[in-house]
Design a protein around this ligand. Structure first.
Ligand code: PBE
Length: 318
């Protein structure tokens, strides 16, 4: 009996040892090979899995500056923000999403990416990205309204009508249905000739045309690529010759500050373009608000939230 007990004790010891080994082995599995897919991963695993890299866009974008600020303010010392362009970022997002691979990007609405993918905007308790969202504005040179009063009136009316839903529809037609932005604008105006009439009413009459050459300055971001050609056509219908001029964000703000015939169609205020506003506010003025609440945030696919348990920018800290 005693002997049996002793044997039992030894067996128990082995069993415990074995259990301990399995536990260690389990951990290793999770870290080192792909077998841990079903297991809960941590925010730190997420950092490792994306090489501590945020896939960014063009360096002039305000959301890039704000992301650098977020890295500082949330103490994300291990993270780097990679610069590229919106289209390159979207291509990477598409590939990651197709393969259910982790990725983190600066995101904003309205944007077709929220139509194409299931995405989560991470919480930003410090409101580095401006809380509820920015306004998307038409900003003209400070002399624009005096130089081309009719155009200023058209822009004001157009912007008053325009909103998130209108933009989201244009974005989907262009980027999901793959339609040409000029055709999308033509179709819109064909279907809404009553609006066109409203927007151009009294222009050249009650509201003088003034200087007839107008430059719409924009940046190659999806929303601007959708709304600028539409506004250009409306202004042409009102009697203007419109030049659409694509630039990087910094030069775009500068061009509008310098040129009385110029209007920026992609100003995000008060948060995202705060630096540009501080620099140029004396030389420009608001002509209208296209979208009154456009939120921005670091953004991940929903499967990242589920797999790594990340919900807030704070969770990215090592
Ligand atoms: N964006 C799109 C811009 C504003 C519009 C968010 C990339 C920016 O960050 O400046």
């Amino acid at each position: 009996m005693f002997k049996n007990l002793k044997l039992f004790g030894i067996a128990m010891l082995f069993a415990l040892l074995a259990a301990a080994l399995v536990a260690c082995g389990g951990d290793n599995n999770n870290d080192n090979n792909g077998n841990g897919d079903d297991e809960e991963k941590t925010a730190e695993d997420f950092g490792d899995d994306v090489d501590w890299t945020i896939t960014g866009i063009d360096p002039g974008a305000g959301i890039m500056n704000n992301t650098e600020t977020a890295i500082d303010e949330y103490g994300l010392d291990d993270w780097t923000l990679e610069e590229s362009s919106e289209s390159a970022m979207l291509a990477e997002l598409q590939t990651a999403y197709d393969n259910e691979e982790p990725i983190i990007i600066p995101g904003w609405k309205p944007h077709q990416m929220f139509e194409q993918f299931d995405l989560t905007m991470l919480e930003d308790p410090k409101e580095i990205y401006g809380g509820d969202g920015d306004e998307i504005l038409a900003i003209g040179n400070k002399d624009f309204a005096e130089t081309s009063p009719g155009a200023a009136k058209v822009i004001e009316r157009f912007a008053e009508f325009y909103d998130t839903d209108v933009e989201q529809d244009l974005l989907v037609d262009i980027n999901v249905e793959d339609e040409d932005p000029e055709d999308v604008a033509d179709d819109f105006l064909e279907e809404n000739d009553d609006l066109l009439e409203e927007w151009t009413e009294g222009v050249g009459d009650e509201y003088e045309l003034g200087e007839e050459d107008v430059t719409l300055t924009y940046i190659a971001w999806a929303g601007a690529l959708a709304r600028t050609p539409l506004l250009a056509k409306v202004l042409e219908e009102a009697g203007y010759t419109v030049d659409q001029s694509q630039m990087e964000a910094g030069p775009a703000w500068q061009a509008v500050a310098d040129d009385p015939s110029s209007v920026l169609t992609a100003a995000w205020l008060p948060a995202t373009h705060a630096d540009y506003w501080d620099e140029y506010e004396d030389d420009v003025e608001e002509l209208g608000t296209f979208v009154d609440k456009a939120p921005l945030a670091l953004t991940v696919p929903d499967y990242v939230v589920e797999k790594y348990g990340i919900e807030s920018v704070e969770d990215l800290k090592k």
